[in-house]
Write a protein that binds this ligand. Sequence first.
Ligand SMILES: [Zn+2]
Length: 126
Amino acid sequence: MVEKFVKVKVVVPGVHYWSRSPVAYLAYPHRHLFHIQVCVRVKSEDREVEFFALQKLILNKLTESYEPFSEPPLPLNFVTASCETIASHLLTKLRECELDVVSVEVSEDDENSAFVVWKEEQDEKG
Ligand SMILES: [Zn+2]
């Protein structure tokens, strides 16, 4: 059996900060290009979700969740959200759209990233 996945990438400018960062300047609001990759399991080769539609949905979920930092529409103000926080939030929001999202990766400037993976909850009975 072959499992099939589609993966799309969206790049969005955003500002955030990490007040307890061990690196002093990261405690102040700073801009990144956040590279966001979403992987969705699909059932057929006539994929259930179209690439451009998925990119648009990702952008919609981000702009619904985060305000612009200063002048709309961008950069988004991620406030204290880390890459892990953004990825987890986005994974949850996209799964609410009936998509079998298996992972979301968020990188800062296409350099360092956080990667979250959907995991079905374990059955209590084992
Ligand atoms: Zn940063």
